[in-house]
Structure formats: C-alpha cells, structure tokens
Design a protein. Structure first.
Length: 418
C-alpha cells in the first residue's frame, strides 16, 4: 500500500469537498444511493462469499450475523444514507459569535476534520455508514476493513465511487479502501502523522487496544461494549425480563448487547425463574455464588459458576454473566468498576434511584427502563454512525455528522494591533 500517494489523493479530495455546499454533497450522496441499488446483486454475491469463508473458518454464529447482508439490510443501509442527506450540514455552522472590547468580531465555526481513517472489523454496513457521514461533513475517508469482509467492501466501495463519478459535482477521490489485509498496513496508518488527521477503531477490544496504544495519529476511541442491566428491587419484573431478552438475544454479537445482568438480592428468587423461563435454554448463564443455586433449581443445564475472567468480559455470544447486588449503590459501583463506558440500563419504578443511576454511572449512554440496544446512530436519528465513542474528549456516544467536525475561530478586525 502506497499510503503517501493514497493520502495525497484523499487530502486533495478533502480540499475540494470541504468547500462544497450541502446541496452538492447531497446530490452526490443521492447518486451513491442509486449506485448501491444498481449494484445490489453484486454486493450480495460478494457478501455470500465472505460469509461462506467465515463459516469455513469456524466463525461463531453471532459474528456471522454481524458480517451478513441481505436485501433488508441493504435497504436499511440506503435509508441511513437518506437520513444523512436529510440532516442539516454542520459545516459552516456558527456555534457562537461575539465582539471583544477592542471591537474584534469573533465567530466559532464548524469545519471538517480533514482526512479520516477508520479501522474496523466485519460489518460491511460500516463501509457505507462511515463514508456517508464523512462525505456529508466534508471529510475524505480511508477505510481499512477486515479480511473477513474484504470481498463485500471492495464491491461496496466500487459502487460508491461509481455513484460519485456519475454525479457532476461528486468527488470520487474522497473515499479509498485499503485492500491489503496485511497487519503492516494498520501500523502504517497508525503512524501516518501529517497524512491522516484522525483515526477511529471500531471492533473488538483487542483491535481498539492495539490502535489506542500504538497510534501516533490522534484517535477517537470507540469502545467494546461490556453493557450491564441492573434489575432493581422496585422494578417491573415483566418489563425487566423483556428488556433482558432483547438486550442479550436479539443480536448478541454487537457492541450494545447485554453482557451482564445485575439482580437485586431482594427479588432474585422471583426474577431468576422468570429469566430462565423466558430465555428457555438459548443462553448460557455464568452465575455468581449467590445466584448459582437459584439457577440450578430453575435451569441447571444451561448454568455454570462464574469465573473471575467473566467479570467485565464481552462474550459477543449467547452467554451472560449474572451477579447479585444489595442495592442500587452497589450496582453503580460494580458497573463503574467493570464496564467499558458504553451503555448501561436500570429497571426500576423508583424515580430517585433512576436519577441516581443516571447521574453516577460513568458511561456514554445511561438508560432507565429501556434496552441498551438503542445505542445506535440510526436509533438516535443520526441516520448512520461512525461508532460509539466511549471517551470523554471531542465526542461521546453515537458519532453522527457533528462528531466529524471541529472548531475554527474566524476573527474580523479593522486594523487592531495589540
């Protein structure tokens, strides 16, 4: 990979794109939608090959699901691009404006970040999501997907470039795919200071750790998701079991799926049988010392004693840790010790406990009486997302258009000197 040449092209494209109006960028994105539709059969065929290879390599079913595309998922991807089109362009937006005592007029204005790189695993939908957000916010983007989705990504990027080329004001050079699957390319990207303005990792805890620890380029850290559900002693237990089922089973291989269920000891003897009945053998429970006897009497076949390594672990599968606590305060302390600052939820009818939980839990998204599965750019109304930022600087939570911009101060004077 000739990164110098690739980034040179991306920077030139960014310079063009950063000056374009929202109308021109939207027209190009509409052309991309048409191209994705025209190339749908080829995209699905390439994805079928990736899925076949993943199965042959023994990839777990939840991760196969994360990799897989079908017509409904492509429709959802296209709808995400349309939502991005429909959103207000943040570039040029004046955040604040004021005049100093010396009559300098200062405006704080949003501008693109520049050349963005994203390093991600599986999920070919991320290819389109990341591109559409970067393009609309005036950035060019370098995509480095995983070998698992290489065939899908190649066809998708070709379709995107084709759509941009077919639009009079499209900028095809604003997107590039690192097609090599060598890990040397990742290291090259991480060290490309001066060529790449920011890099985002999206994937496993191992990938994120590698990027954060080795990058010389600025990083926006998107996190793995060790997400918790706390079932309070004043919870609606039927609501709690519904949310637990949705959070754990709907798509266990995604970062906003539940990995741990915390249960207040006062209702554990009632809730554990409800939980096992609802899950009906679909999930392997890793139960702590307090909960294990309750699970043994309810569903011993699918229960094991929790090991120390299960605490704070992202299973990404049909497995779940269950841990008992005495109070909401203990639940908060436990979560802040073991979570990845992604998404957490409490089920309770006590408003004071709910607000305490939301105030004290350190995470990007903190829910009351709702599933953590809603932590998603589409669900938040962003159309797409570049990832879920779990850090506190620059951006936090689902990253939409505004997260791909920064601030520039524009100052107008009349000959003032200091």
């Amino acid at each position: 990979m000739n990164l110098q040449q690739i980034c040179g092209g991306l920077h030139a494209a960014y310079e063009t794109l950063s000056l374009q109006s929202a109308q021109k960028k939207n027209a190009a994105l509409k052309s991309v939608i048409n191209s994705l539709k025209k190339n749908q059969a080829e995209i699905l065929a390439a994805n079928e090959l990736d899925v076949k290879n993943a199965k042959a390599n023994g990839t777990p079913a939840p991760l196969i699901d994360r990799l897989s595309l079908n017509e409904a998922r492509i429709d959802s991807i296209i709808q995400g691009v349309q939502t991005v089109i429909d959103q207000t362009d943040p570039v040029g937006e004046v955040e604040h404006g004021w005049k100093t005592p010396g009559n300098l007029e200062i405006r704080q204005v949003r501008v693109p970040l520049g050349v963005v790189a994203i390093i991600y695993e599986s999920r070919p939908n991320v290819t389109v999501d990341a591109f559409s957000l970067a393009y609309k916010s005036g950035n060019s983007i370098l995509l480095r997907g995983s070998s698992a989705a290489i065939n899908s990504n190649k066809v998708i990027v070709n379709a995107i470039k084709q759509g941009l080329a077919e639009c009079a004001d499209g900028v095809p050079g604003a997107i590039e795919l690192a097609e090599s699957t060598s890990h040397d390319d990742v290291n090259e990207i991480l060290c490309a200071r001066g060529l790449i303005d920011v890099v985002l990792p999206r994937g496993s805890a191992k990938l994120i750790k590698t990027v954060v620890e080795n990058a010389k380029v600025p990083v926006i850290e998107t996190g793995s998701g060790v997400c918790h559900l706390y079932v309070d002693d004043e919870a609606d237990l039927e609501m709690a079991v519904n949310i637990a089922e949705n959070g754990k089973i709907q798509r266990p291989g995604v970062c906003n799926a539940l990995e741990t269920i915390l249960i207040n000891k006062r209702i554990a003897d009632k809730f554990v049988p409800m939980l096992t009945a609802r899950f009906s053998g679909r999930v392997k429970f890793h139960a702590d010392e307090y909960c294990f006897p309750l699970f043994q009497s309810a569903d011993s076949e699918h229960t094991v004693k929790a090991a120390d390594s299960d605490y704070g672990f992202e299973f990404l599968d049909y497995e779940c840790l269950v841990h008992a606590v005495d109070s909401v305060e203990e639940a908060i302390e436990y979560i802040n010790t073991h979570n990845t600052k992604h998404s957490e939820s409490i089920i309770t009818n006590n408003r004071a406990k709910a607000r305490l939980f939301q105030s004290c839990v350190d995470a990007a998204c903190v829910y009351v009486n709702a599933s953590t599965r809603f932590t998603d750019g589409g669900e938040f109304g962003f159309g797409a997302e570049l990832g879920i930022s779990t850090q506190k600087l620059h951006a936090r939570g689902p990253m939409g258009l505004k997260a791909l911009t920064t601030i520039k101060y524009l100052i107008d004077g009349e000959g003032q000197i200091r």
